[in-house]
Ligand binder design. Structure first.
Ligand SMILES: [Mg+2]
Length: 277
């Protein structure tokens, strides 16, 4: 079995997203920078993940850059996955090493299917005014993240901008204060399906919270989402009717329910003798 999961706001949580005080009980640091904890995981979720990761293929699937992924102590020290997808699918790390063949293949698809990054950036800056942007980054030479003053953003115009960019091969996702502008070929599902073919393992369970995770959840046999984030908001607004379950809790402890769900699938498949490995 493969368990492929988004990280931020699904398994690990920054103080902005955690939903409880940082000194609440039942939390473990996941990422420590200069002695300061910047993200947490629930102790219970960690225990379950540790146990499962020893038996199945656990794969982090994140929009973080390679460098941002590598600074998560949890996945360098406590649980060391054989495969990790970073850069929203633009990179695959195999035993921590970048798969250059995959990266080159993605680069070719981006060139073919999306207008150049400079043009996409210009379109964003024509809608999102400079004073609404705290910082801007072109990540791993693949996609943009803009940290924005979310409350200032004219959401109607952002929606229209997203439609325009969609026609030019770029996807838009607004997560908290971060606005992501990503080429269509840089997606989590293509990367995950590539790894799935490589490891020849099935079935696949997935979890994630944002629009950038939708393709990941759709590519899996079983999926679950926390009851916060963009996917949940879409469901709440009645925009979509998704087939997978949502957790009951929001915030960091949604991770407990997600891990319980993965554990249940694993137990059921093992009982049925259906390819748990
Ligand atoms: Mg997330």
């Amino acid at each position: 079995m493969i368990y492929a999961s988004d990280l931020d706001r699904t398994l690990i949580y920054s103080l902005n997203a955690i939903g409880v005080p940082g000194d609440a009980s039942g939390l473990v640091p996941a990422e420590v920078i200069d002695g300061r904890t910047v993200s947490y995981i629930s102790q219970q979720a960690l225990d379950m993940l540790k146990e499962l990761a020893a038996k199945i293929v656990f794969m982090p699937v994140t929009t973080r850059t390679i460098a941002q992924y590598r600074r998560i102590n949890l996945f360098q020290e406590t649980i060391i996955p054989d495969y990790a997808v970073t850069s929203n699918g633009g990179n695959i790390l195999v035993n921590g090493v970048v798969d250059h063949e995959w990266r080159a293949a993605v680069g070719r698809l981006v060139e073919r299917g999306s207008v150049p990054a400079e043009e996409a950036g210009r379109i964003v800056r024509s809608v999102v005014r400079a004073e609404w942007i705290t910082s801007e980054r072109y990540c791993d030479e693949l996609f943009y993240t803009f940290v924005v003053h979310r409350d200032s953003l004219p959401l109607d115009e952002i929606t229209r901008m997203a439609e325009r960019l969609d026609g030019l091969g770029w996807k838009v996702s607004l997560q908290g204060r971060k606005l992501y502008i990503v080429p269509e070929a840089v997606n989590k599902s293509d990367a995950i399906l590539h790894v799935r073919r490589t490891v020849r393992s099935e079935p696949m369970v997935a979890s994630g919270d944002s629009l950038l995770d939708k393709s990941l959840l759709a590519a899996a046999d079983y999926a679950i989402a926390p009851c916060h984030g963009e996917i949940f908001a879409e469901q709440q607004a009645g925009l979509v009717n998704l087939e997978y379950p949502f957790t009951k809790q929001s915030g960091v402890f949604a991770g407990d329910e997600i891990m319980q769900y993965v554990q249940t699938i694993y137990n059921n498949l093992t009982a049925l003798g259906v390819g748990p490995q």
